[in-house]
Design a protein around this ligand. Structure first.
Ligand code: GMT
Length: 382
């Protein structure tokens, strides 16, 4: 067990349990904190997807949604159930810190729980901003004011990249809040290169393995993934492995058909464990419209698969263009495809880029990043 440098704390974590970067980061953080000796209580409507099996000092509390079919509720008020559960768990388990991931609605429910507890003690609320809570959803007229309010009322606020911190200030002004950057991290025990990874399970012999992992939302530009791949496929034998599911999966499937590459594209759907796929990959494609960080790219890099990604959002903070990966403006399918082909045809440069990707990923190791959260909790607790 890695030794915690601070005293063990009792920490509550609320996140979206579904497939997505914010839930992945929150869960990996909770598991890592528990390994370091802290007690961690997850509070959400379902067990987070990366919380697989039993882990010492880790507990899950399910938000009660049993009454969601009550005829009066056209829209079930989940936020009230969540706030009640957070209050109840914080009180019963005597939690010192409630760390919420993705501002909407978690920073708001945490503030409610804090208010409910106010006559007894001052609950410290840490809000971690992840991306579209600031760049998209939080800017919707119906969410703007409450998002700003909830961020400002948090004890501490973190953002996963400099880009996202700057966007938060630009969008919300954010009086009285000091948004600190604590970048996402990668578990290097699980995400590491493995030259023995079974490539034959993914692609025919002699094929380059090109991978994309996401929740297939519009922002991910999954049709561009297929278009970039089609350019690669014209130049080198290659298979595209698509992991995940979401609203734009049908579009991606149609694009593959339209470009005549269906036979070389494999849609695997949602998977809990992806390290072995990344270890067998030659390249990872992430041509998103924007990414506040790009956790999927970081995990790919840690496995030795350099990313071809958009020069957008926080991605340049994770990938160094031409060294540990390839960056081109979002939508530049032609340039991304051309540079991917040049790289795949140059074995020495590809090997050097793999090494550089692993080295850059190591700068985001759990050992470096998790103590920053511990220090923040300590500071919040005074
Ligand atoms: O903001 C989102 O789109 C949701 C979030 C998620 O749950 O998938 O993704 C964001 O958070 C990740 C973890 O911090 C980042 O790696 C992603 O870049 C970020 N997504 C976007 O900014 C589009």
């Amino acid at each position: 067990m890695p030794a915690a440098t601070v005293r063990p704390m009792r920490i509550g974590i609320t996140c979206y349990p579904t497939y997505g970067g914010s839930g992945a980061v929150a869960t990996e953080l909770g598991l890592e904190l528990a390994r370091r000796g802290h007690e961690v209580h997850f509070i959400s409507y379902a067990s987070p997807f990366r919380l697989r099996g039993y882990a010492e000092r880790v507990f899950f509390h399910e938000v009660d949604t049993a009454i969601s079919h009550y005829p009066l509720f056209d829209h079930f008020p989940y936020t009230l159930s969540l706030a009640s559960k957070q209050y109840e768990v914080v009180r019963r388990e005597n939690l010192e810190v409630l760390h919420v991931h993705y501002a909407i609605p978690h920073a708001t429910t945490a503030w409610l729980a804090k208010e409910m507890l106010a006559s007894e003690r001052d609950l410290r609320v840490i809000t971690t901003l992840h991306g579209t809570d600031i760049t998209l959803v939080g800017q919707e007229a119906s969410f703007y004011q409450i998002t700003k309010f909830s961020i400002e009322r948090s004890t501490e606020v973190t953002a996963v990249s400099n880009f996202l911190r700057d966007e938060t200030y630009r969008t919300f002004g954010c009086v009285n809040c000091n948004v600190r950057v604590i970048p996402n991290f990668v578990n290097l025990e699980e995400y590491r290169p493995d030259p023995e990874a079974p490539r034959e399970a993914l692609a025919p012999a002699g094929h380059k393995v090109i991978t994309h992992i996401s929740n297939f939302r519009e922002v991910k530009r999954v049709r561009d993934v297929v278009r970039i791949f089609a350019r690669i496929r014209r130049a080198v034998p290659a298979t595209l492995v698509m992991v995940g599911d979401g609203p734009d999966r049908g579009e991606a499937e149609k694009e593959a058909e339209a470009l005549g590459v269906t036979d070389s594209v494999r849609f695997l759907g949602r998977l809990d464990r992806v390290a072995s796929i990344l270890q067998a990959s030659d390249l990872f494609l992430l041509p998103s419209q924007t990414e506040s960080f790009g956790l999927a790219a970081l995990e790919a890099m840690a496995c030795g698969a350099p990313a071809v990604a958009s020069r957008a959002g926080g991605l340049p903070e994770v990938i160094t263009d031409g060294v540990s990966g390839i960056l081109e403006p979002a939508g530049s399918v032609e340039a991304m495809g051309r540079r991917a082909v040049e790289l795949l045809r140059d074995a020495d440069r590809h090997a050097a880029m793999r090494t550089a990707a692993v080295a850059q990923a190591r700068t985001f190791s759990a050992d470096i990043i998790v103590p920053q959260y511990e220090a923040l909790y300590e500071e919040a607790l005074g």
